[in-house]
Design a protein around this ligand. Structure first.
Ligand code: SAM
Length: 298
């Protein structure tokens, strides 16, 4: 077996949008057509049989359920925002993780969702409107140009950073590699290396920027890439600066077995998912400040 296509061979996951429906009611409704189970690790996530097609299911079209994979659903859950927090989603469109944050915060507190690309801002707004969330402010702009000292960010205590990446952990990107180079535009490996270096430079800048917001005590960084250069290397390169701000690496989902590549001390805190075994290749790192306090619910 050379290639395994996860879409047909792996279970499907959907995330229940608890702003619109509770998990048990969603399970009951979806259970009329499919064998459905709760995921034992990620809250509000349901597992459906391989090949289950929910695109036109009323719960999906009305925003009660989002077709979001397990790895993608782990990102906002790793940040673990509480109701009443102010959270900045730095690279937000199309907004799957933004509206997940809103659900985890039970609609209380504030989310600032930033997106650079104008067309994608529209997609972000559509996702937000579908989710029913009312506490999300959309900013069309460059996260790197946001001034961390601007008073409008003074209460932001957590940042979700899911920057542009190579996408090498996703099925469509891996299937790309089955095509000849003239069909994919991947002229040569050297081009890919150049592209990866550029992406990694941006990712490092964005992460450094996120860590510099004074009131921020939790930062989650994620990619849907399998490349060390976009993942472990980005994290290890910011560690000294992160430490100087009082951040350390924490362990999201400690029960999850697959951790970071062992390329620096502390990489066991990082989380990886495998593109074949887990259906998608994601990477998650969580920074927390030593003095993390429990914020009161507003
Ligand atoms: N978090 C999103 C989700 O789960 O639906 C996916 C985010 S996607 C991987 C990265 C997004 O970052 C893209 O929409 C891209 O346009 C945006 N982006 C890239 N550079 C940016 C910047 N400097 N400031 C803000 N957004 C940026």
């Amino acid at each position: 077996q050379l290639y395994q296509i996860p879409e047909v061979s792996k279970p499907r996951h959907v995330r229940v949008n608890t702003l619109k429906i509770d998990v048990d009611s969603a399970l009951l409704e979806l259970g009329r057509g499919y064998m459905v189970q709760k995921d034992n690790l990620v809250p509000d996530l349901l597992i459906l049989p391989p090949g289950a097609d929910l695109h036109n299911h009323p719960l999906v079209t009305n925003g009660s359920v989002f077709m979001q994979g397990k790895a993608s659903s782990m990102v906002a859950a790793a940040l673990d925002p509480k109701p009443g927090w102010e959270v900045l989603d730095a690279c937000a469109a199309p907004g799957n993780k933004t509206v997940h944050l809103a659900a985890l915060m039970r609609g209380k507190g504030k989310i600032i969702a930033c997106e650079l690309n104008k067309e994608r801002v529209n997609r972000l707004k559509e996702t937000i409107s579908l989710s029913g969330a009312t506490n999300i402010k959309v900013l069309h702009g460059d996260f790197l140009k946001f001034n961390p000292k601007d008073p409008s960010f003074s209460k932001v205590n957590a940042i979700l950073l899911d920057p542009s990446c190579s996408g090498s952990g996703t099925a469509s990107s891996r299937l790309d590699h089955l095509l000849p180079s003239y069909a994919t535009g991947h002229a040569a490996d050297v081009m890919d290396t150049e592209r990866l270096n550029k992406l990694a430079a941006f990712q490092r800048k964005a992460l450094t920027h996120a860590l510099s917001f004074a009131a921020v005590e939790r930062v989650v960084y994620s990619t849907c890439s399998i490349h060390q250069i976009e993942n472990e290397d980005v994290i290890s390169s910011v560690l000294p600066l992160a430490a100087s701000y009082g951040f350390q690496l924490s362990t999201p989902f400690p029960r999850w077995q697959r951790r970071g590549l062992p390329v620096f001390e502390g990489s066991q805190h990082l989380l990886r998912t495998d593109p074949v075994e887990d259906g998608e290749g994601f990477f998650i790192a969580l920074f927390t400040k030593n003095n993390t306090v429990n914020y009161p619910e507003k």
